[in-house]
Design a protein around this ligand. Structure first.
Ligand SMILES: Cc1cc2nc3c(=O)[nH]c(=O)nc-3n(C[C@H](O)[C@H](O)[C@H](O)COP(=O)(O)OP(=O)(O)OC[C@H]3O[C@@H](n4cnc5c(N)ncnc54)[C@H](O)[C@@H]3O)c2cc1C
Length: 381
């Protein structure tokens, strides 16, 4: 059973892409997700298979071997993956939204040929390293250094919680030069690129999250993206796209918790009746369904605005804060509806509950999203 509602007016091609994602998620991800979670196993083979099907090139233009999807179709496909496993979804989301967007918008033709094509074809997995141990929300305070040495750049510093960082082929790394914050394309086989061991996390356990030590990583000059000192703006553009990916990841998690709850409440009997016949239970299910719909509708509305070429910084933050808090609320209700079983690893909702939490934290916490929304209300300061 799926409670997903497709927006009207999808073309046959769009519908086929969503159907392909749904089928892949149902057969090749969801049956294994609990085991990957238990073992904290990063399923690179599954990501590679998704890559061969084009899902690492969803946001890259066709001329660079991507699918060139509109944002709504991209988000519909990502929701299907997230509903099966949020860990697989976050790898896809970061790769498709952040380094891809940054290269599409600011890469030179040579950089697009060399890096973007491989990413879009699914041969190269990418990640994004902005956060540092001392700078998370205040990302612009980052301390990683980029020093020009002849015709090379030398990066040194420490990054925190880089998704895909221990398994990716390429990372978009943010570092500070004399002229300000810059973005660099860093192949992970560069000498001095040292990922730490995977973090032991509450949820999203099958995603790869690592600290990075950058020990005099030497890069040819043409690995600088765009203009020196302009990288922070590029990263924020990437995050505008990224936050929609996290919003829809939250929608996928919440939707799956709702679907499990609807099925469980029809089967589980107490006081001689199925739970679904108690009005107190019906009201919970109704509120869960309403929040899932509202979160998806807001996220798609922002995606449509983005596809029209309009600014979405404030709106993407609205979608992320609303959808992630909806996911946390919906998964909390799901655990409650499952009662004691909801607290057990043998049942699926406790994983959804753990996975939901991080959507309120990464790519900007809920507090940071609210700051961005409030700033948008007073555009002239
Ligand atoms: C699983 C996971 C994966 C991640 N993946 C990546 C990745 O791929 N790349 C990457 O660069 N980073 C990644 N991150 C890092 C993530 O983006 C940061 O954790 C996040 O931005 C918050 O930063 P922080 O943890 O340093 O918290 P802090 O900034 O220290 O914040 C702590 C608390 O203070 C609040 N706070 C801070 N400033 C304010 C303020 N001005 N007003 C009100 N409240 C405030 C925060 O909202 C939060 O509640 C990941 C994190 C996790 C957990």
């Amino acid at each position: 059973m799926s409670t997903a509602i497709e927006p009207p007016g999808l073309s046959e091609t769009q519908r086929q892409i969503v159907e392909l994602a749904r089928e892949f998620a149902r057969t090749k991800i969801e049956p294994f997700a609990a085991e990957w979670d238990r073992r904290a196993y990063f399923a690179r083979d599954v990501i590679d298979e998704l890559g061969r099907l084009g899902f690492l090139g969803m946001c890259a233009p066709e001329e660079y071997d991507g699918m060139g999807l509109d944002t709504v179709t991209y988000l519909l496909a990502l929701e299907e993956i997230a509903a099966a496993d949020a860990s697989v979804a976050v790898s896809l989301s970061i790769h498709n939204a952040i380094p891809t967007t940054m290269l599409v918008r600011h890469g030179s033709p040579a950089q697009k040929d060399r890096f973007l094509k491989g990413m879009a074809r699914g041969e190269v997995l990418a990640g994004f390293a902005l956060s540092e141990p001392e700078s998370g929300s205040d990302a612009a305070a980052l301390r990683t250094r980029a020093v020009r040495d002849g015709d090379a750049w030398v990066l040194s510093g420490a990054k925190a919680w880089a998704t895909n960082g221990g398994t990716a082929d390429l990372m978009m790394v943010m570092a500070r030069s004399e002229r300000g914050i810059c973005a660099f394309v860093v192949p992970t086989d560069a000498p001095g690129y040292r990922p730490g061991k995977p973090e032991d996390k509450m949820g999203l356990r099958a995603s790869n999250t690592v600290a990075l030590a950058l020990e005099d990583v030497r890069l040819p000059a043409d690995h600088l993206l765009g203009e020196e000192g302009e990288g922070f703006g590029y990263a924020m553009e990437g995050l505008d796209a990224g936050r929609l990916g996290i919003a829809v990841q939250a929608v996928g998690i919440a939707r799956r918790a709702l679907e499990h709850s609807v099925a469980y409440c029809a089967e589980r009997r107490q006081f001689g009746r199925p739970l679904r016949e108690f009005q107190g239970v019906q009201f919970k299910l109704a509120d869960m369904a309403t929040r899932v719909e509202a979160a998806r509708a807001l996220t798609h509305a922002v995606a449509t605005r983005r596809d029209r070429g309009e600014g979405t910084t404030m709106q993407a933050s609205m979608a992320k804060v609303f959808a992630s808090e909806a996911a946390m609320w919906v998964t909390t209700q799901a655990v409650q509806l499952f009662g004691g079983y909801g607290y057990m690893r043998d049942f699926p909702v406790e994983k959804l509950f753990r996975d939901a939490k991080v959507t309120e934290i990464y790519e900007g916490t809920s507090e940071i999203q609210r700051i961005i929304v409030a700033r948008g209300l007073y555009p002239r300061g």
